[in-house]
Design a protein around this ligand. Structure first.
Ligand code: COA
Length: 125
């Protein structure tokens, strides 16, 4: 993730396959000195577009630790909705960190982005 005007790398975002076919997961990080400037909301929106358009995802999900308000705000700004509470989200220093799983379906993304579904092929060709 690069700010072209600053010519500087500002963070990282990835989209990864999950165990469920056509369901992808995103994870991200913005450099601490550059947080709160809107970088991740912009980058994550572009990655969702890529996931639904190019990877043909049916759903894209993400998880955030309950304490991580900034991460939650990014996901809610994208239009993601709560999917599931995870008592044992991930383990850190020998303790479980509680997480929420968020997600967006392809249908919700199309309606939010104004994308039209591909037309059905005409029987007349
Ligand atoms: C989560 C993270 C990626 C957000 O990146 P960012 O570039 O700062 O995000 P944005 O600038 O697009 O801001 C997103 C929202 O979070 C808010 N925010 C940013 N930093 C915040 C903070 N420290 N506390 C509370 N809210 C914060 C912003 O105000 C914005 O919300 P708003 O538009 O509703 O006001 C960044 O905080 C980060 O890298 N954290 C450490 C790694 C991490 O937690 N990754 C996610 C794991 S699920």
């Amino acid at each position: 993730m690069v700010d072209r005007e600053l010519e500087q790398r500002v963070g990282i975002i990835s989209i990864r396959k999950t165990d469920v076919e056509k369901v992808w997961d995103i994870g991200y990080w913005t450099h601490p000195a550059l947080q709160g400037r809107g970088y991740m909301k912009e980058a994550a929106r572009a990655v969702l577009d890529f996931g639904f358009e190019r990877l043909e995802a049916v759903s894209i999900v993400a998880q955030y630790a309950l304490w991580n308000i900034a991460s939650e705000r990014v996901l809610r700004a994208l239009g993601m909705e709560f999917v599931e509470y995870l008592e044992k989200g991930f383990e850190k220093n020998g303790a479980w960190v509680k997480e929420n799983k968020m997600g967006m379906s392809r249908v919700a993304w199309m309606s939010l982005s104004g994308t039209q579904p591909l037309p059905e092929p005409s029987p007349l060709g």
